[in-house]
Ligand binder design. Structure first.
Ligand code: ATP
Ligand code: MG
Length: 420
């Protein structure tokens, strides 16, 4: 029986991977432009990190984690998101002792046990950044701007920023009381999960995906209307900075985000025209997270994560084409055994000179070699046989124009460098 890839996973084969390379290299470039450096953390962590760092009343922790016991009976989890691991590494490597802010980016696979559908997989990928070590809204503004700039550069412009403030422990204390009282009245019409979360983390109810719940809590009190003065100032200052950078946004007071650690700024970037899986980027501030997972106090941070598969879908939906650039510069067509042998040295010289080159590996006829050269979109071909080797003379053919010219084999590299 044929073995298939696990449900919810996808292969990224060459007809797709060049697009990934393009998006990744663009992401690297913009991160370095803004002073963000790459961090690579393990693909699995101790389960406890996500229970504490993502929050044990979240969908991710309650329903979606890939957790298992390893052979040493430790509970291990494949990372469902990037921030918790980055913050653990920030603490473990004492990065807080360096000059702040610490600006990091990552491109990672993530794992969530979800019902697979378009834009929703069990292994998917995130591009993200984290800016740690400052609680002023200027980093919030930079992080949102970087995300928008990246999306614009890869060709997306039909985007909108939804912005909210989810407050801090100070304003949430009074607000949560208000919410609990409101939700107590609704106990009979809420789903089981909402009722379970109602006492422990009432704001989670706003994020419930159940439509009936949503209809029944239309007039629920919202945190953005209940901010303490510090949070209000932070929010207003951020808006001022975004205005200054000409970034338009809409306030969406119902954004609470799927992770428990968010404080103050929460935002999403929506790609218009992608239906239900339209959020390509989600982010927010997580003051207190460093402390929550055992680090020193006073290391605030903000970051975002973009879903790479959703980016890909959005590009397709907007008819943005990514050019395939990995054409071979030249294909060497060989005739006879001597040419086959000598072609190794020619290939090596070409490749040593940064010219991408290939030759036949299937003992094809000359005609079939040309056909293959066409298929791989080689820009040039050169035919080498006994006569050519003897005379140090061969025909270099431009496969696009059909033009042909006689060159010395010993000057192939020089000739190609002129042409390419
Ligand atoms: P959603 O509401 O769509 O489930 P989320 O709030 O769970 O999203 P985040 O945890 O904020 O998502 O993750 C950041 C981004 O990662 C999302 O905006 C989305 O683009 C992408 N993403 C999340 N889950 C998946 C998945 N299962 N498959 C593909 N992409 C995903
Ligand atoms: Mg989700």
């Amino acid at each position: 029986m044929q073995i298939k890839a696990p449900r919810g996973t996808k292969d990224i084969i060459p007809s797709e991977s060049y697009k990934w390379n393009y998006l990744e290299s663009k992401f690297r470039k913009i991160c370095s432009l803004y002073g963000y450096e790459e961090i690579r953390t393990p693909i699995f962590e101790n389960t406890e990190l996500f229970q504490r760092g993502v929050g044990d009343t979240t969908d991710i922790v309650q329903k979606e984690m890939y957790s298992f016991k390893d052979r040493g009976d430790r509970s291990i989890t494949l990372k469902p998101e990037g921030t918790a691991g980055v913050i653990r590494a920030f603490i473990e490597n004492k990065m807080y002792a360096d000059a702040q802010p610490t600006k990091l980016f990552y491109m990672i696979p993530c794992f969530r046990y979800e019902r697979p559908q378009s834009g929703r997989q069990r292994q998917f990928h995130q591009f993200g950044i984290e800016a740690i070590g400052s609680d002023t809204p200027s980093l919030d503004a930079e992080v949102i701007e970087l995300a928008m700039q990246y999306l614009k550069e890869i060709g997306l412009d039909n985007l909108s920023v939804s912005l909210n403030s989810v407050g801090c422990p100070v304003c949430r204390k009074a607000y949560n009381e208000k919410l609990r009282n409101y939700l107590k009245e609704k106990a009979e019409v809420l789903c089981d999960l909402c009722n379970e979360r109602r006492e422990k983390n009432p704001m989670r109810v706003i994020d419930c995906k159940n439509e009936a719940c949503q209809e029944n809590i239309e007039d629920i009190p919202l945190i953005a209307d209940n901010l303490c003065s510090d949070c209000q100032i932070h929010f207003d200052t951020l808006k001022k900075y975004l205005d200054e950078m000409n970034i338009s946004y809409e306030i969406d007071k119902k954004i609470v985000r799927g992770l428990d650690y968010y404080k103050r700024t929460a935002f999403e970037i929506i790609a218009n025209g992608l239906g239900s899986q339209s959020t390509v980027c989600g982010g927010g501030r997580y003051d207190g997270l460093v402390e929550d997972i055992g680090g020193p106090a006073g290391n605030s941070g903000i970051g975002f994560a973009m879903g790479a598969e959703r980016l890909m879908l959005t590009l397709e939906a907007n008819n943005v084409e990514i050019e395939k650039t990995n054409r071979q510069d030249i294909f060497i067509v060989t005739i006879g055994d001597m040419a086959k042998l000598k072609s190794f040295a020619i290939l090596k010289e070409l490749r040593d000179n940064n010219i991408s080159a290939d030759k036949d590996h299937l003992d094809r006829s000359v005609k079939a070699q040309f056909k293959y050269a066409n298929k791989i979109q080689a820009k040039y071909t050169v035919v080498i046989g006994d006569d050519e080797l003897e005379n140090n003379q061969a025909a270099l053919k431009n496969m696009e124009t059909g033009e042909q010219k006689e060159i010395k084999i010993s000057e192939l590299v020089k000739e190609l460098k002129k042409e390419l």
